[in-house]
Ligand binder design. Structure first.
Ligand SMILES: Cc1cc2nc3c(=O)[nH]c(=O)nc-3n(C[C@H](O)[C@H](O)[C@H](O)COP(=O)(O)OP(=O)(O)OC[C@H]3O[C@@H](n4cnc5c(N)ncnc54)[C@H](O)[C@@H]3O)c2cc1C
Length: 404
């Protein structure tokens, strides 16, 4: 029986600790006063803990280093994740896009299940304990030093300290620092799944407006990069919401991007034109600004009219065909220039991390330091929204725990 230490009580660390404890003596060290602080806020408190797609489709949703995930996904798949939580009494429900949530809608139930896994396997847990340094001798892990000065020795150490986003939950990037000192390369850390800052002044007028079932497209110059059908929200600085977050992960630094929003994606041009004509007939003696209530949320009406370049006080029966087409074009292609992404701390995840070339993908062991393993967001793997990032944490956590 080996002595194993896991640093970080997030989803990756808890899965790693519970799994390692089936064979070994395990100590889980967490600097917060409780486990799973970030996990608690996932999925707006509902925790989208995996995705019920076919296992092959998991790879399509990994943005960086999908091939590295082959062994971990096949060792602990999305299906196994669901069965794992079922075995602790958590029932799941599947929503749009195969997103899997606890039926209770409570992320705390996911944390409770993981805590039960730890307790059932006699994992020792030290809360309120911040690791200061890793002790390595002759290229082999020997233990850890806590901020308080205590030392703990071990044969294997699993680093599951997470990324750099939402640092108030405890993910302050400590693991990157230690890994660098031990000779690992850390691929540049950037925010991913992050809100976008927009150039246009009208954005401020739309603050708080949330849109469902819109088609949101990302363009680099004239080139369409990708589009997503779904939800988005206007904020005081720009754009956020699931469709925007997913598109943000496809944006490289220092390139010019724009977003186009099709507010009526279900209607083709002719059908939308007829729809506008019908509304104009219904409100025939009204001003243009008072005739679009059936078609658009109130906040959008003045913006759309302004962008179409028409006088908002014009009577609908005086609006020309040409002007109507301008309105239709704006409705199906509301263009917004993106100036930047919001900072790292505001990303749902951190992209970049421990270079995967330095980790054995079949065990999660470091190729540089013997006895050192990695799990979760600390690794240079990032995925789209939909439960894929937590699946990465569970799969890599399982594999590290199983192999240490
Ligand atoms: C708002 C939000 C919503 C999200 N929603 C979803 C979702 O619905 N579905 C999904 O798949 N993903 C979601 N994610 C992403 C997901 O939460 C992360 O990918 C996941 O938590 C990463 O797990 P981890 O265990 O690697 O790291 P973390 O969860 O960050 O855990 C790392 C732990 O290590 C501890 N630690 C760090 N340094 C030290 C130290 N020196 N000593 C001791 N302990 C230390 C930290 O306190 C922390 O508890 C969301 C993220 C955010 C921010």
């Amino acid at each position: 029986m080996k002595k194993v230490i896991v640093i970080g009580g997030g989803p990756a660390g808890m899965m790693a600790a519970g799994t390692a404890a089936i064979k070994h003596e395990v100590l889980l060290i967490e600097k917060n006063e409780k486990l799973g602080k970030k996990l608690f806020i996932t999925g707006k408190g509902r925790c989208n803990f995996t995705n019920a797609c076919e296992i092959e489709n998991l790879f399509d949703n990994i943005i960086t280093n999908k091939n590295f995930m082959y062994s971990s996904f096949y060792s602990f798949s999305n299906d196994q994740t669901i069965r794992f939580f079922n075995s602790f009494g958590l029932k799941e429900k599947i929503e749009r896009g195969n997103r899997v949530f606890p039926i209770s809608d409570k992320s705390s139930d996911v944390i409770k299940a993981l805590e039960k896994y730890l307790n059932d396997n006699y994992v020792q847990i030290r809360l309120n304990s911040e690791v200061k340094e890793i002790i390595v001798d002759n290229g082999k892990v020997k233990g850890v030093l806590l901020q308080g000065g205590q030392e703990y020795s071990c044969d294997c150490l699993i680093l599951a300290t997470g990324g750099l986003s939402y640092s108030q939950t405890g993910s302050t990037g400590d693991g990157y620092k230690w890994a660098r000192r031990l000779g690992h390369n850390v691929v540049k850390l950037k925010s991913a799944l992050v809100p976008l800052v927009a150039e246009e002044e009208f954005i401020k007028e739309l603050q708080g407006l949330s849109l469902k079932n819109v088609l949101v497209s990302l363009y680099k110059g004239e080139k369409l990069i990708k589009d997503y059908m779904g939800e988005m929200i206007f904020t005081h600085f720009g754009l956020s919401g699931p469709a925007i977050l997913s598109l943000s992960s496809l944006m490289r630094e220092d390139e010019d991007y724009s977003i186009k929003i099709n507010l009526k994606p279900a209607l083709d041009e002719a059908t939308l034109d007829n729809r506008i004509i019908r509304d104009f007939e219904k409100y025939t003696n009204k001003n243009l600004k008072n005739s679009l209530d059936d078609l658009l949320p109130k906040k959008l009406i003045p913006v759309i009219i302004r962008l179409s370049g028409i006088d908002e006080n014009k009577k609908t029966n005086q609006v020309t065909k040409e002007e109507r087409i301008k309105i239709r074009n704006v409705l199906q292609g509301l263009a917004i220039n993106i100036t930047s992404k919001r900072p790292l701390n505001e990303g749902i995840i951190t992209s970049g991390g421990i270079n995967v070339k330095e980790i054995d993908p079949t065990t999660m062991q470091s190729k540089i330091v013997s006895g050192l393993y990695f799990a979760g967001e600390i690794i240079d793997v990032d995925a789209l929204t939909g439960g894929f990032n937590l699946q990465v944490a569970f799969s890599t956590g399982y594999l590290a725990g199983e192999n240490c």
